[in-house]
Design a protein around this ligand. Structure first.
Ligand code: HEM
Length: 129
């Protein structure tokens, strides 16, 4: 069965990946309260930003011009949250796609998650910037 999965190659593939992933996030007891409680995310505007983000990374569309890290600075998240975020993301990709782009998606997510987690650990009461 996994042999028959397509790779990520179109904008529609990116949208399905992002929609499926945040569908899981919204049902997750650990992450849903962060997105919907603490951050009060407006999904109508957040999802298109995430389509642009992943399309820029995987399809080279260069539509995303933001700086994601600062948005995560105020969030009450630690290694536990990143572990869950990654589990859901990797599962999503593996359920839907297989191939070089799918591998790239998982690798980029892993690298960015590790980088965010590392940088968030530098947060402290004395942070001045
Ligand atoms: C526990 C892990 C994470 C949580 C709880 C989280 C949560 C959030 C929240 C609440 C926002 C702000 C949405 C808004 O502006 O309304 C956001 C934005 C964003 N996140 Fe995350 N995030 C996590 C990990 C990641 C990772 C690993 C990536 C990248 C692979 C990522 C990429 C982004 C991007 C690109 C944005 C949009 C920033 C912008 O508005 O330009 N996030 N995230």
């Amino acid at each position: 069965m996994p042999d028959t999965l397509p790779d990520i190659s179109t904008e529609a593939d990116i949208r399905l990946m992002v929609d499926t992933f945040y569908g899981k996030v919204n049902h997750d007891a650990l992450l849903a309260p962060i997105f919907n409680g603490f951050a009060q995310v407006n999904w109508e505007s957040h999802l298109p930003i995430m389509y642009d983000f992943w399309s820029s990374i995987l399809l080279g569309s260069a539509r995303y011009h933001g700086r994601p890290f600062p948005k995560h600075l105020p969030l009450p998240i630690d290694a536990t949250h990143f572990k869950r975020w990654l589990e859901l993301f990797l599962t999503t990709v593996d359920e839907l796609y297989a191939g070089p782009k799918a591998e790239e998606a998982k690798l980029r997510a892993l690298n960015i998650a590790n980088m965010f987690e590392y940088r968030l650990r530098q947060r402290g009461p004395l942070q001045v910037h």
